[in-house]
Design a protein around this ligand. Sequence first.
Ligand code: ATP
Ligand code: MG
Length: 415
Amino acid sequence: MQPKIYSVDEHRIPPDKIDSHAFYVIEKLRQAGHSAYLVGGGVRDLLLGQKPKDFDVSTSAKPEEIRALFRNAILIGRRFRLAHIRFGQKIIEVSTFRSGDTEAPDLIVRDNEWGSEEQDVLRRDFTINGLFYDPEQQTVIDYVEGYSDIGKRMLRTIGQPDLRFIQDPVRMIRLIKFCARFNFEIDSLTHEALLNCKEEIVKSSPARILEELLRMLESGSSRPFFHLLNEYGLLRPLIPALADFLKRDEHQVVLQILNEVDSEVAKKTSTFDRSVLLASLLFPLFHTHLLHRIQEVEKLPHLGEIANEADRMIDEIFNPFFRLPRRMRGIMSFVLASQYRFVPLDGRLRKPRVTRDPLFPMALHLFKIRCALEPDLLPYYSQWTEASYASHESSEPAGDDLPLKRRRRRRRRSR
Ligand code: ATP
Ligand code: MG
């Protein structure tokens, strides 16, 4: 098939917007006799006039050949083997052209059959992600009508959408991600397939889905993403308790929290720890759950009990599909429980006693998000941040400096 070629006069991607390291990688691969292009999200974002998040390179070189060419390359992935070439903090992802079977109605468990550049485009997910950019000729190479779909702001799978979703259900999550991020329309056949295939989502690897969810929490578009994920019925099979809660959540507290997270991300005022992001997503659910528990037992729990409750709830919420890393669960539980250290359940203001736990600033981060939505909490927040500064300045060990977890364990042992 002959691709459409768009010249710089047509696509108008300024050459100086191409990442210099990606350019270097492509040059070096070409000098070694391979073909290589910029591909995927980087090309799409440049055409949309946005700053690409990362740059991916696609090449005829095999993974071992890539590793032999670049001292700073490591090979990763079993399902999808590719090279990461590191330049300081930056990573250029280099993948070998794959043939991929785009017709088979089976889940792809390995995608490591090498192929031609055209085959490589055809096994990609959406037309807007299927464009090559040749930095030497400054041309965009289009086998899949991706260029015109970007112009139309249209999301369309490459190939038959239901087959492509069955082969890799993570593509449905990616569809929602692009919809949330760019506010593009979904083509009618792709839309229909999304509705038909949503139950397939549980066949995907939990680790890959978790990665996409976390990336979206970090993206600045988490509110529209989780809203759409729920609307399209994809959240329920993954995190049923959260889907139920969103249905009942009249005041849309979860979406408001995500909105606040998004605006902090957009302002680039701070970076979020991934566990804090997940704890933020869960907080309204946890709070409601805790209030129910209190009604049941007719007694206010102390901080250790609240932390136990958080541990239990995190497992209950995520275990139907995900297995969260232990460290992440630990941080989330600390961050959630600490909210009741900042504002005790009995409503009594106490003198803040800052813990020396390195997780403390993370707990305060979620509290800050909550304050943006509940200004009544601001006096508590100021008190705690002031106490936190004061404790950093003082060299005296704080009296109350045991992390919640450690203290909780001691209590348990003494039973
Ligand atoms: P982002 O801006 O979030 O990085 P992206 O489209 O670049 O978006 P990546 O995960 O970096 O996403 O993937 C790079 C490219 O690899 C995609 O643009 C697409 O061409 C291809 N790709 C990624 N995931 C899949 C998939 N599940 N199935 C087919 N192709 C995929
Ligand atoms: Mg990318």
